[in-house]
Design a protein around this ligand. Sequence first.
Ligand code: GKR
Ligand code: MG
Length: 419
Amino acid sequence: MKITGITITPVAFRDPPLLNSVGVHQPWALRTIVEVHTDEGISGLGETYGDRGHLARTRAVAPALIGADVHDTNLVRRRVAEVLGGERGTDRHALTGQLTTSGTVDRVFSTFEVAFLDVRGRALGRPVSDLLGGAVRDAVPYSAYLFYKWAGHPGGEPDEWGAALAPEEIVAQAEAMIERDGFRSIKLKGGVFPPEQEVEAIRALREAFPDHPLRLDPNAVWSPETSLRVAEELDGVLEYLEDPTQGVDGMAEVAARAPMPLATNMCVIDFEHLPRAVERNAVQVLLADHHYWGGLERSRHLATICDTFGIGLSMHSNSHLGISLAAMTHLAAATPNLDHACDTHHPWNRRDDVVQPGALSFVDGAVPVPTAPGLGVELDRDALARLAENYRTCGVAQRDDTGYMRSVDPTYERKNPRW
Ligand code: GKR
Ligand code: MG
């Protein structure tokens, strides 16, 4: 089955003012929707980052894939690498760490690979999880992903979630999210306030939710000393501490004495980072993310490597829509050693989606694995057109949390370590 055409549509959707270690989410989050068309009349879907550089690379690669067979992903990956010609993209979609050339190929290739798997599943009448070895679970657990946030964007109306700055507001946010979707694990995005304040929020969550596994992720803005202090204070409270500090060496220093496992989606973001991380025992849980690990198949290779070295697996997320949620769910369903609830930003962005409602839902904090052929989601053409129009008019072409924060508070500085 040959690829005859590829449609690439950048979209923008409303995003609340979620705070993190480098600033605050802009009013619009960006994604790129990819449709791959074949000579058998079957089309497949992919979703990826929407930042200017990544979009340009995705567009540059597309013509080189016309005529390729949807089963020949080795050829497709080679063509992606040839077009990119050793480029090292600098887009930091995920606040991720050290960027590599192979990582840039993986980020661009991944979207197409997901779309090919969607085509292949549709052609066979089987869900993508079957193409990945078969679902080992019927539903994939996700965590309630909490953020410190303002009530609304400056100058705008408060959003449905309201402000969350004090510990009791974080607890209220968790209650609302759990009430709505039933999550059974909780993650707090930290790195926003001094660590003592974030420890207080975690303690308040522990009191309100005595049985929910808890995680804290300050996106590496603490020094190793601060990280160890917090780790000791939260002994027995956290399921894992995510990216407390920067780099494999910093993480290894903390991991050697921290009482809980350390997780990362920042210091190990490419296969070439693994040997040293394993050698130094820097991370005990890896957050996989098919968007930058080179697609669903390569994420499964990653899972095997983690299994070999006794590293636990969870899943990382960025602001995303339903095509990504479907892909994440199929991958997690078909990965036996994905033993922690996955992250998802979806509750924050659910009001706008490009997929038709009904295929994906959260039941007791888990997404039932779609059983329809392919990814199991269909494009809502009206919604796609609306979100594409948002992209054209919103004035954002590049995620810039720091710039947006500075437009509100000109004294804001990006610092690492901040504490
Ligand atoms: O959406 O602000 C955010 C997050 O901080 C995101 O960019 C991170 O990549 O969720 C991510 C993480 O776990 O580090
Ligand atoms: Mg993280």
